[in-house]
Design a protein around this ligand. Structure first.
Ligand SMILES: *[C@@H]1O[C@H](CO)[C@@H](O)[C@H](O)[C@H]1NC(C)=O
Ligand SMILES: *[C@@H]1O[C@H](CO)[C@@H](O)[C@H](O)[C@H]1NC(C)=O
Length: 257
C-alpha cells in the first residue's frame, strides 16, 4: 500500500511547494505623500518626488507624486489628499505591490500650525496604520534638509521633526529612510555654493529645481534600496548620480522625464 501512496503524496507536496515558493512578482507602485519638499516643481514648491519617479523606476515600476505645497500631517488629511493616496494604493494592489512614502515636518514644525512633536508622531503612526490597512507598505522619510549654511555647515533646522518621524517608525515598526541625515551629509560635502545651484530660485533654499529633484530623488532611491531590498530590481539609481552621491561629489544632472 505504501508503494502507491508515497509517490502521490510526494507529487502533491511538490505542487504545493512551488506554488508557495514562486509567487508571481509584481512591480512596485510608489505613492508619495508629503509637503512641497516632495511635490512637483512649481512656482511655490518643488521636492525630490518627480526626480525619483522620472529617473529611477524600472522594470514596470510606477508611481505618483501626491506632495502638496504647505501641507502638514493635519492639512494633508483634512484637505482630502490622504484619502486620495489610500485610494490610489488600494486600487493599484491588483497589478502592483503598493508602497506609500510619508514625509512631513517642514510645515508641521511651524509654531502657527500648533502641532506638537507628540502630535506629529501620532499622526505619522496613524498614516502608517492606514497604509497597512489597505494592503500597502509604508516607508517613513525624514525631512529633506534645507540648504542654508553658516560657517561652511548646513544649519540644522529639522532636528525636532526628524526625531518625531524616527519615534513614529520605532512605535509602528515601519521602514524608515533618514533623508534628513543623508541630504545634510551630502550638502556639507559639496558646500554652500554648489548646494545653492539646486535652489528653485536663487533665494529659495528649501525647494528644489529639476536638477536638484533628480539628485535628491536618486538619494531617496539609494536609501529605499538599502532599507527595502525587495524593490532593488525596480528602483535603479542613475549611475553617475549614485556614484557622485556616494563619493560626496557635486553633480548637476539634467532634469529629464
Ligand atoms: C493649540 O492646540 C492645543 C491642543 O490641541 C489647543 O488646546 C489650543 O487651543 C490650540 N491653540 C491655538 C492657538 O489654536
Ligand atoms: C518629470 O517628468 C515630467 C513629465 O515628463 C516633467 O514635466 C518634469 O519636468 C520632470 N521633472 C523632473 C524633476 O525630472
Amino acid at each position: 500500500m505504501h508503494f502507491f501512496t508515497l509517490p502521490i503524496l510526494a507529487t502533491i507536496a511538490t505542487f504545493t511547494y512551488s506554488a508557495v515558493a514562486a509567487p508571481k512578482a509584481k512591480p512596485p507602485a510608489f505613492f508619495l505623500a508629503g509637503d512641497s519638499t516632495t511635490a512637483v516643481q512649481s512656482a511655490g514648491g518643488g521636492g525630490w518626488g518627480d526626480g525619483f519617479l522620472n529617473t529611477t523606476l524600472k522594470n514596470g515600476a510606477t508611481g505618483k507624486n501626491f506632495g502638496h505645497n504647505g501641507a502638514t500631517t493635519v492639512s494633508f488629511r483634512a484637505g482630502g489628499d490622504w484619502a486620495n493616496v489610500l485610494a490610489a494604493a488600494r486600487s493599484a494592489a491588483a497589478k502592483y505591490s503598493p508602497y506609500v512614502t510619508i514625509q512631513f515636518g517642514h510645515n508641521d514644525q511651524k509654531p502657527e500650525k500648533n502641532i506638537s512633536m507628540a502630535d506629529l508622531t501620532a499622526n505619522l503612526v496613524k498614516f502608517v496604520d492606514e497604509v497597512r490597512a489597505v494592503g500597502a507598505t509604508p516607508i517613513l522619510v525624514t525631512s529633506l534638509s534645507r540648504r542654508k549654511f553658516s560657517n561652511g555647515e548646513v544649519v540644522e533646522s529639522l532636528a525636532d521633526v526628524t526625531a518625531a518621524a524616527k519615534k513614529a517608525a520605532s512605535k509602528s515598526k515601519a521602514d524608515i529612510i533618514d533623508l534628513n541625515s543623508a541630504s545634510t551629509k551630502y550638502l556639507n560635502s559639496i558646500g554652500a555654493d554648489n548646494a545653492a545651484t539646486y535652489n528653485l530660485n536663487p533665494t529659495d533654499f528649501t525647494h528644489l529645481n529639476g536638477e536638484g529633484s533628480v539628485v535628491f530623488g536618486n538619494l531617496v532611491a539609494t536609501l529605499i534600496d538599502a532599507e527595502v531590498p525587495e524593490v532593488k530590481k525596480y528602483v535603479v539609481p542613475v549611475k553617475d548620480v549614485a556614484v557622485a552621491l556616494k563619493a560626496g561629489k557635486y553633480i548637476f544632472p539634467a532634469a529629464k522625464s
